[in-house]
Design a protein around this ligand. Structure first.
Ligand SMILES: Cc1cc2nc3c(=O)[nH]c(=O)nc-3n(C[C@H](O)[C@H](O)[C@H](O)COP(=O)(O)OP(=O)(O)OC[C@H]3O[C@@H](n4cnc5c(N)ncnc54)[C@H](O)[C@@H]3O)c2cc1C
Length: 492
C-alpha cells in the first residue's frame, strides 16, 4: 500500500524488518523479493509523485539533484546533475526523482556482464564475485523482466532470427534484449499480476532520507522528512524508521551523497570515488563504407526476421546485436570493453576506474532541507584514450578483412563531445578489502553490520552491457542474502 509521508506526524517512530530507501529498479526489486520471502519491508521514496507521468519529477528534481558539475561536465554537459543529456533536449532526462526512479523512462536494454568484466585486468580491479556466482540470479532477473529467455548466445538467436552470425575477426556479435513496453516502468508494471503498490508491503512517498543515524558499527534508525507543496517546498514533518537492516538504493550519484551526508562508510576516503559511466559519442563517431556483411548477417545484427521485420515476442521484447572485442582481443590489447553498431554511428566504451573522477559534497545547499548538494567531477584517464585508439584500430582492421572500411573521429574531438548517457557507476564500489571498497561481496557497508547498498554504485568496473539488468540481478541476490541472514539471526 502507498502512504503519504506528509501525513506521518512529527516524531513518529515506524518499525519494520527491512527499510529500503529509493524506488528505482534496485529498490523495487529488492523490496519485491523480500516481500515474497515473507519479510516485513518498508520502501521509502523521496518524491511526492507516483511515477505515472514521464516528466512529473522535473518539478522537484532540481531542488535535490542540483549542485556543481566539473571536469568533463564543464564543457560537455554543464547541466548533468539535473537535466542532460543533449540527446534528449526536450525533458528532464538523466535521472529521475520519482516513484519508479529512472525506470520511468529508461530504454530497457538488457544483457549480463561478460565473464571477463569480473576478472582483474590491468587498470581494472576485478570483482569479489564472478559471472558464475551471478548466473542463477541473472536467470531470475530475466524472468522478472519478462525477457524472452536468459539465453543470450549467438547460436540461440541465429535460430530464432533464422539468420547467419557474422564472423568478424576478434569480435563477438553480442545480443541485447529490450524489455517489452508493459514491463519497463517499475512503478506501474505488474509483479505477479499486480503493481508493487498493491502487494503486501508499505511504500511511503514524500519520505526523504536526511540522515543515517549510526553508532558503534550499527545503524540505529533513519531520519526521514516530508516536504510541503510550496515552491520551493519546505520541510513539513520529520519521523524515524527503525529496522533490523537497511538498503540504500538511491542511484549511484545519490547513494554516494547520502553516505557522505551521514559520514558513513568513508573510513578510507573511498565514498564517491571511481565515478564511471559508458561515455557515448552522440555524433557520427564511426563511419563505415563498403559492404562487409551479408544481408543475413545484417539481419542478425538488427534483430530482424527473413521478411525484414523486427522480431518481437508476445511481451514486446525485441533484440539488437553489437560488435564487442572478444576476451582474447581485450586481454592482448589491454583495453576496456566497448561496442560498435554494425552500421557505424555511436561508439560506447568502458571507462578505466579513476579515483579522481568523483562525487563529493558541494558548498551549495538544497533549498528544501538545507543539506549540502552534490559536486561531481567527471575525469577520464590514460586508459580511456588507450581503449579508444586500440579498439577502433581493431575494428577497422577486422572490417577491412571483409572488404569494408572504417573511419573515426580523433580522440581529442571525442573527449569534447562525450556525454554520460544515463549509466552512473562505481561510487561505492564492492571489494572484500575495506581499503579498496565501500561494500563487501554481500553489498554490506564494511564498517556497519546492518547497512547495504544496492545499484550500480557497487560495480567495481562497468563492462559495456547496460547496467540495470545487473542492478536487478544484484538486488535479487541481496534480498536472498538478507532473508537468510534475518531468518538465521545472523549479522553480515
Ligand atoms: C535516457 C536513459 C536511458 C536508459 N536506458 C537504459 C537501458 O536501456 N538499459 C539499462 O540497463 N539502463 C538504462 N538506463 C539507466 C537506468 O535508468 C538506471 O541504471 C536505473 O534506473 C538505476 O536504477 P536505481 O534503482 O539504482 O536508481 P534510480 O532509478 O535512479 O532510482 C533512485 C530512486 O531513489 C530516490 N531517491 C534519491 N534520493 C533519495 C532520498 N534522499 N530519499 C528517498 N529517496 C531518494 C529517487 O527519487 C529515485 O526514485 C537509462 C538511463 C537513462 C537516463
Amino acid at each position: 500500500m502507498i502512504f503519504d509521508g506528509s501525513k506521518i506526524p512529527n516524531g513518529k517512530v515506524i518499525s519494520a524488518q527491512v527499510c529500503i530507501v529509493g524506488s528505482g529498479p534496485a529498490g523495487i526489486t529488492a523490496a519485491y523479493e523480500l516481500q515474497q520471502a515473507g519479510i516485513d519491508v518498508i520502501l521509502i521514496e523521496g518524491s511526492r509523485w507516483n511515477g505515472t507521468q514521464r516528466n512529473e519529477s522535473w518539478q522537484e528534481k532540481p531542488y535535490f539533484y542540483n549542485g556543481e558539475a566539473t571536469g568533463l561536465f564543464t564543457h560537455n554537459e554543464p547541466e548533468f546533475l539535473i537535466r542532460p543529456t543533449q540527446q534528449y533536449s526536450q525533458g528532464p532526462w538523466e535521472r529521475e526523482r520519482v516513484y519508479g526512479g529512472t525506470s520511468t523512462h529508461w530504454g530497457g536494454q538488457c544483457r549480463p556482464l561478460d565473464p571477463i568484466v569480473f576478472t582483474k585486468r590491468p587498470g581494472f580491479p576485478g570483482w569479489p564475485i564472478n559471472r558464475q556466482d551471478l548466473d542463477p540470479y541473472y536467470s531470475r532477473a530475466a524472468e522478472l523482466c519478462q525477457l524472452h529467455t536468459d539465453n543470450f548466445t549467438s547460436q540461440y538467436w541465429a535460430q530464432v532470427l533464422q539468420a547467419d552470425v557474422p564472423a568478424l575477426a576478434g569480435f563477438n556479435p553480442e545480443m541485447y534484449q529490450f524489455i517489452g513496453p508493459d514491463y519497463t516502468n517499475f512503478a506501474t508494471r505488474n509483479f505477479n499480476g499486480m503493481p508493487l503498490s498493491q502487494a503486501n508491503l508499505d511504500i511511503i512517498l514524500n519520505a526523504n532520507l536526511l540522515e543515517i543515524d549510526h553508532q558503534q558499527g550499527s545503524v540505529n534508525g533513519l531520519r526521514i522528512a516530508s516536504a510541503d507543496s510550496g515552491s520551493p517546498p519546505q520541510k513539513l514533518t520529520e519521523f524515524t524508521i527503525k529496522a533490523e537492516r537497511y538498503v540504500l538504493a538511491c542511484g549511484a550519484v545519490a547513494n554516494a551523497r547520502q553516505l557522505l551526508l551521514s559520514n558513513v562508510g568513508n573510513e578510507h576516503d573511498l565514498v564517491g570515488r571511481y565515478f564511471m559511466c559508458h561515455p557515448d559519442v552522440l555524433a557520427q563517431a564511426v563511419t563505415i563504407t563498403g559492404n562487409y556483411l551479408s544481408s543475413s548477417e545484417m539481419r542478425y545484427m538488427a534483430g530482424q526476421l527473413p521478411n525484414g521485420q523486427p522480431w518481437r515476442d508476445a511481451n514486446g521484447v525485441y533484440v539488437q546485436a553489437r560488435f564487442t572485442p572478444n576476451a582474447d582481443a581485450a586481454v592482448s590489447h589491454n583495453t576496456g570493453r566497448c561496442w560498435f553498431h554494425y552500421d557505424g554511428g555511436h561508439y560506447y566504451f568502458e571507462m578505466t576506474p579513476n579515483p579522481n573522477s568523483r562525487i563529493t559534497l558541494s558548498d551549495t545547499k538544497d533549498p528544501v532541507f538545507g543539506q549540502p548538494q552534490t559536486r561531481i567531477d567527471w575525469q577520464f584517464s590514460e586508459g580511456d584514450e588507450h581503449t579508444y585508439q586500440q579498439t577502433t584500430q581493431l575494428f577497422k582492421s577486422a572490417v577491412n578483412q571483409l572488404g569494408g572500411d572504417v573511419s573515426f573521429i580523433a580522440w581529442d574531438s571525442i573527449k569534447n563531445q562525450v556525454v554520460v548517457n544515463g549509466h552512473h557507476i562505481g561510487t561505492t564500489r564492492m571489494s572484500n578489502d575495506p581499503e579498496q571498497g565501500v561494500v563487501d561481496a554481500n553489498l554490506k557497508v564494511h564498517s556497519l553490520d546492518n547497512l547495504y547498498v544496492a545499484g550500480s554504485s557497487v560495480f567495481p568496473s562497468t563492462g559495456v552491457s547496460n547496467p540495470t539488468f545487473t542492478i536487478i540481478t544484484l538486488s535479487i541476490r541481496l534480498a536472498e542474502h538478507i532473508t537468510q541472514a534475518i531468518q538465521g539471526g545472523n549479522y553480515g
